[in-house]
Design a protein around this ligand. Structure first.
Ligand code: UDP
Length: 456
């Protein structure tokens, strides 16, 4: 038999590609061959955003399969794109595996690692008799709830069609896991109930991963959430997955990073900068965007703000009149940042975040206090962890229309940066995260056990 050859397949979105790419690097550092499979659409973006040195191409094999939609079709239409993916991708994945296996006897695929949201890939691997690993892109608390869905439906607590809660009772999985309310479920999308229903369908996709996989990995630290981990038999937390922990430091961006923000941060006083970033999917209305801009301006501190080209409901943002000129001296706006490097920078004081799970792990890994502004899915529950359980951040309170005012933003940023208790907690968690990935730590041991098993 040749060396182990792992095929990794994420769900086609930045928050899924990034942790699996970091993981791909980590296992490739241990001599394992990796083929990383994206949809053609994501593959094109990834390749277009590759850093000059073509680092990823040389270490990890990049491959792609069609998602069934034409090049110009709208992949933000979640219903259309999920249906299309489910219809065509399993067949293309099978063909790809056969092609790889037929091309070289010594490098046959020995294991498939799939995102829990692409459970169909695990089914393909099972039918082909290949070892399977499910990788959970969210936190163990959210995963525990996803695995609990069948019982919640059976008990008449959750509507099995659209995922809505059928009564007002909170869902408590364990004493130390923040309770889930109707707008804090991992499939919640208060601003769009159709999206919520699709997210629920995707959540249902995760459940078979429990039985279909030989291993279940997640980007977390056992000590951060031991109660949730204890509810999931065989889960192996191996996080925080940080690019700084593997050779190459590549993170699989779908947008080119603007690294001018690092030299800009170098010029700012230590602990002064507000870093504002909402991940890859969250959007704001133009009105809310303006208010956020004016809120950051009111604070008067240096800020680094990631404004994606599709941030204001899918189109290019328009800034309030005169804003750009007024903040030119102390504000930096980029369309995509090297987030890990930003959060590790000594000039950063706090992270105004949408609380995506990866951003949560980035902030915990770097010891940065959070100001939480969740948008959808597990982000609400992640906020509960950040503010109520770990006490490393504060939440923003919207008004009755869901609008967050500039005064609320200013007030909370000022409270956060002067809160020594939160800063101390963030430092403690950073240290816990650091210890977990070095020799003897829980994530380190889990990772070693896993890599050894891959080699057998
Ligand atoms: N990210 C980045 N630069 C940015 C914004 C985000 O590199 O300017 C990365 C971030 O480090 C994280 C990912 O994009 O790994 C976003 O994932 P997350 O789960 O936080 O949010 P999602 O995009 O899935 O909503």
């Amino acid at each position: 038999m040749g060396r182990p050859h792992v095929l990794i397949i994420p769900c086609p979105a930045q928050g899924h590609v990034t942790p699996l790419m970091k993981f791909a690097y980590q296992i490739s550092d241990h001599g394992i061959k990796v083929t990383f499979v994206n949809s053609d659409f994501i593959h094109e973006k990834l390749v277009a955003a590759l850093p000059d040195e073509d680092e990823a191409q040389s270490r990890i094999g990049l491959a792609s399969i069609p998602d069934g939609l034409g090049p110009g079709e709208d992949r933000k239409d979640l219903l259309k794109s999920t249906d299309s993916m489910l219809r065509v991708m399993p067949g293309h994945l099978k063909e790809l595996i056969e092609k790889v296996n037929n091309s070289n006897d010594d490098e046959k695929i020995t294991c498939v690692i799939a995102d829990t949201t692409v459970g169909w890939a695990l089914e393909v691997a099972e039918k082909m008799g290949i070892k399977r690993v499910a990788f959970c892109p969210c936190g163990p608390g959210s995963l525990a709830l996803l695995f609990h869905i069948p019982r919640l439906i059976e008990a008449g607590h959750v509507n099995g069609i659209d995922g809505s809660l059928l009564n007002e009772e909170l869902i408590c999985l364990a004493k130390d896991i923040p309770a889930f309310s109707s707008n804090r479920l991992p499939w919640s999308c208060p601003s769009d109930l159709t999206v919520q229903e699709i997210l629920f369908r995707l959540a249902l996709q995760c459940i078979p991963a429990k039985n279909l996989s030989n291993w279940l990995l997640c980007n977390s630290v056992y000590e951060l959430d031991s109660s949730a981990c204890d509810l999931i038999p065989n889960i192996l937390p191996i996080g925080p997955l940080l690019a700084s922990n593997h050779l190459g430091h590549y993170t699989g961006n779908l947008w080119p990073e603007d690294s001018t923000c690092i030299s800009w941060l170098d010029k700012q006083p230590a602990g002064s900068v507000i870093y504002v970033a909402f991940g890859s999917l969250a959007t704001l209305s133009q009105n809310q965007f303006n208010e956020l801009a004016l809120g950051i301006e009111l604070v008067g501190r240096p800020f680094l703000w990631v404004v994606r080209s599709d941030f204001t409901n899918g189109s290019a943002a328009e800034y309030p009149d005169g804003f750009i000129e007024r903040v030119a001296e102390h504000g930096k706006i980029v369309s995509w940042a090297p987030q890990e490097k930003v959060l590790a920078h000594p000039s950063v004081a706090c992270f105004l975040s949408h609380c995506g799970w990866n951003s949560t792990m980035d902030g915990i890994g770097m010891g940065v206090p959070f100001l939480c502004w969740p948008y959808f899915a597990d982000q609400f529950h992640n906020q509960s962890y950040i503010c109520d359980k770990w006490k490393v951040g504060l939440g923003l309170n919207p008004d009755e229309d869901g609008f967050i005012s500039r005064h609320e933003i200013k007030k909370k940023i000022e409270m956060l940066v002067s809160d020594d208790g939160i800063k101390a907690n963030a430092e403690k968690l950073k240290e816990m995260a650091r210890k977990s990935v070095i020799e003897g730590g829980s994530s380190y041991k889990n990772f070693q056990t896993f890599v050894e098993a891959l080699k057998q």
